[in-house]
Design a protein around this ligand. Structure first.
Ligand code: GLA
Length: 376
């Protein structure tokens, strides 16, 4: 409910504003500044939008991949710290084909089994980029595209038009994703998409969270108020079963350290090399609910994730192996961050029993996730 109210406040700000074309826009307490971040090899300018609220919370979003490049939030003593992994420069982002640091993921976030699906009797083949499966929209997904950014009074709106047939998907898909900063230290991500042919769509944000700003996340206290999750096969494709978390290391219904059970001799943890699974968001109807909460006890930082999506992927950075260097040249080590990707369940286009990810012409894909920060 709180989340719904916060989002309504965002909408109110939007509708009462007369947007300006200046590079700095100040409405209520949110400041939005646009500057150049870098240039693509073909000379295309990539801008960065810096959103700041009165409490000094600062989010930086770049047009390349719609990436959340940094997010500074206070610890319990008021000291600001960057809580997302990322890179310092555009070439570092464009040459990173491994992490998806902070990026908007599409056209279909997470995996599609066998890199193929059938829609209305037509079989579509996608580029396989993950053990014969399609991961995160393929090797040239939305995370690799330059989006067109526009300042909003409290954020930035990013648009990307994906051509019919791009990355194997049917239909021209126009995706419009906006990031909004709130006075209550929330970062709201509002995703919309429309199509001119039946297609599938699943958009998310792939931020790697480290609320301490350093070290690993194994001591983070995680709550996922979900009764069920989707167990996977060896390729991390859901088996189709919605399994109870009860009595398993997947039960995060009470705050539990991420690392408390990660090394247990559990077949699902072995397949994921840690946690890399989709939880089924507990809900009694449509609308935004709390899907996850992370508490980092040394800094006191707390992050809550609210979403209207059916699922949330919890990933413990199992493929970070020190080979990718992030900000300040620092290697991104195993478990140095965690991801909480709100989404449709993986492989939904091949799972008729999962909530549908099909989008039809005339319909609008419209979903909102908020990451809200506080301290304890
Ligand atoms: C998602 C996947 C992981 C991994 C990361 C990117 O979270 O579920 O398996 O591919 O993206 O490295």
């Amino acid at each position: 409910m709180k989340s719904a109210l916060a989002f309504m406040a965002v909408l109110t700000t939007l509708t009462t504003c007369s947007c300006s074309n200046n590079s700095t826009t100040t409405m209520s307490t949110i400041t939005v500044k646009k500057t150049e971040f870098g240039k693509m090899p073909d000379g295309t300018a990539v801008n960065v939008f810096t959103l700041t609220n009165a409490k000094g919370v600062e989010a930086r979003i770049i047009e390349y991949g719609g990436i959340l490049a940094s997010l500074k939030v206070p610890d319990r003593n008021g000291a600001m710290g960057d809580v997302v992994l990322g890179h310092d420069t555009l070439p570092d982002y464009t040459s990173d084909n491994k992490t998806y640091f902070g990026a908007l993921i599409g056209r279909y976030a997470n995996r599609i089994g066998g890199a193929t699906f059938t829609l209305n009797g037509t079989k579509y083949t996608l580029p396989a980029n993950d053990n014969g499966n399609s991961l995160h929209g393929g090797p040239q997904g939305f995370d690799k595209k330059v989006w067109t950014g526009k300042e909003l009074p409290d954020g930035v709106e990013l648009t990307y038009k994906s051509a019919d047939g791009e990355a194997g998907y049917p239909g021209t898909l126009t995706a419009v994703v906006s990031y909004h900063l709130t006075d209550a230290n929330g970062l709201v991500i509002h995703y919309t998409a429309t199509t001119d042919k039946d297609t599938v769509v699943n958009l998310t944000n792939h931020s790697y969270w480290n609320l301490k700003g350093d070290g690993d996340i194994l001591g983070n206290l995680l709550t996922i108020p979900a009764d069920r999750y989707t167990p996977v096969d060896a390729g991390l494709i859901p088996t189709g079963v919605l399994a109870p978390v009860d009595g398993t290391p997947f039960d995060f219904r009470k705050p539990t350290a991420v690392g408390a059970r990660i090394a247990q001799d559990d077949p699902q943890l072995k397949l994921g090399h840690g946690y890399d699974h989709n939880w089924i968001v507990n809900r009694t109807g449509p609308g935004s609910v709390l899907a996850a909460r992370v508490e980092e006890t040394t800094s006191g930082r707390v992050m809550e994730v609210y979403t209207d999506q059916p699922g949330i992927q919890f990933y413990t950075g199992n493929f970070l192996d020190g080979t990718v260097k992030g900000k300040g040249g620092k290697s991104a080590q195993l478990h140095s961050a965690l991801c909480l990707e709100t989404q449709h369940y993986p492989d939904t286009p091949n799972k008729p029993d999962f909530p549908t990810a099909t989008l039809k012409p005339g319909d609008k894909y419209d979903t909102t996730t908020e990451f809200r920060f506080s301290t304890k």
